[in-house]
Design a protein around this ligand. Structure first.
Ligand SMILES: *Cc1c(COP(=O)(O)O)cnc(C)c1O
Length: 362
């Protein structure tokens, strides 16, 4: 049996993926915005990485060193960027595997410079500013500008690529004109302080794309770091373009039981396998299907979307997902394969667990 006959199975349709990459690259290019292609959402899955590598992005990026190594071993041609602030304990790998990294700390910048000197390399750095989302980044613009000047004038093995911001990841702050203009003015301050223009003014991730599409992105913002919208064709905060595929990825799972059962548990109610209280609606006897895929594979059953209408996800434990199939009871039996759309959350999980068979469709 090949992976194609094994389940749970996650399939990528490379044609649809490529169309997403091309369409978004063109739309961004029209607004003079370049793309850093982020592959952490699929654990640097080689078939997906190949498409990203062919798309002509300025960098391919991920948050993990093991994925950088995987991409190097695959022979990726596009320069690589670590889009998480590096750990001190991984600096040697970061410098040897990545061409650039995000940075937010002066001591780390000095340590990165020293490591690059040791390896006889020049390492690119994008200085991050925190404009309210409260994840990574300098909090003070002044401190960032001072860091930029030190990188430019003293740290000879670093190359200052520019400035960037991350939003909507922890603090759920929406990218808007205000924070994007804040980023633009910061870029200007840095440029005045170092006496040259910077290459990258990076205005965030997929959630910033809507501003490029609706023409409200300040012109000085010339880069986005995109993963989600390229992979699943959409992002939060109303970024639902009508020209992207949402179904480039398909999860397939096998039905291992299908029978009529009560919809309300029988006996004393306590907590589920994860220690949580369940909520069950008594809808009488209904046809239920069990599929052999669970929370260990995808995380949260709310992030699975059955393709067959009439199929409803009721819940899950580690290795089982329970479906209500009453509306389609004559169409489902043991051994059937059911298909699901995934979102970014389930995609990240499915590609980071060894139990899922990854296959690609040309
Ligand atoms: C994950 C990440 C991105 C890409 O985010 P998407 O939502 O997948 O577009 C961009 N920048 C940073 C710093 C990230 O950590």
């Amino acid at each position: 049996m090949t992976a194609r006959d094994r389940y749970p199975q996650l399939e990528v349709d490379l044609g649809k993926l490529k169309e997403n990459l091309t369409a978004l690259k063109e739309r961004c290019q029209d607004s003079f915005v370049g793309i850093i292609g982020v592959v952490k959402g699929v654990n640097a899955w080689p078939a997906v990485v190949r498409e990203f590598d062919a798309a002509g992005f300025s960098y391919l990026a991920t948050s993990r060193v093991d994925q950088l190594r995987k991409m190097r071993e695959q022979g990726v041609q596009t320069p690589l960027m670590l889009i998480r602030i590096p750990m001190r304990t991984e600096l040697a790998d970061v410098v040897s595997l990545a061409d650039a990294s995000l940075q937010s700390d002066m001591d780390m910048l000095r340590a990165t410079d020293a490591e690059a000197a040791r390896q006889g390399k020049t390492h690119g750095v994008l200085l991050m500013i925190d404009l309210g989302d409260l994840r990574e980044g300098f909090w003070s613009a002044e401190e960032l500008v001072d860091a930029a000047v030190e990188v430019e004038t003293k740290l000879k093995h670093l190359h200052l690529l520019g400035v960037g911001v991350n939003l909507s990841c922890y603090g759920s702050i929406r990218p808007d004109k205000r924070n994007m203009q804040g980023l633009s003015s910061l870029a200007l301050e840095v440029e005045q302080a170092i006496g040259r223009p910077v290459e990258f003014v990076s205005g965030g991730a997929s959630t910033s794309t809507y501003m490029v599409l609706d023409g409200t992105m300040p012109y000085r913002v010339n880069n986005l770091r995109l993963g989600e919208i390229l992979l699943v064709g959409r992002a939060n905060y109303g970024c639902d373009p009508d020209f992207t595929h949402r179904d480039a990825f398909t999860l397939r799972a096998e039905v291992i039981e299908c029978r009529d059962k009560p919809s309300f548990p029988v006996g004393q109610l306590t907590v589920d396998a994860f220690g949580r209280e369940g909520h069950y609606e008594d809808r009488g006897i209904r046809r239920r299907a069990l599929i052999a895929v669970g929370k260990v594979d995808y995380g949260d059953p709310a992030d699975l979307f059955p393709r067959m209408s009439g199929v409803e996800v009721l819940g899950a434990s580690s290795d089982h997902t329970i479906l209500d199939v009453e509306a389609v009871k004559d169409r489902i039996k043991v051994g059937d394969i059911l298909e699901f759309d995934v979102n970014y959350a389930s995609l990240v999980n499915l590609t980071n667990t060894p139990g899922v068979f990854l296959v690609s469709k040309e």
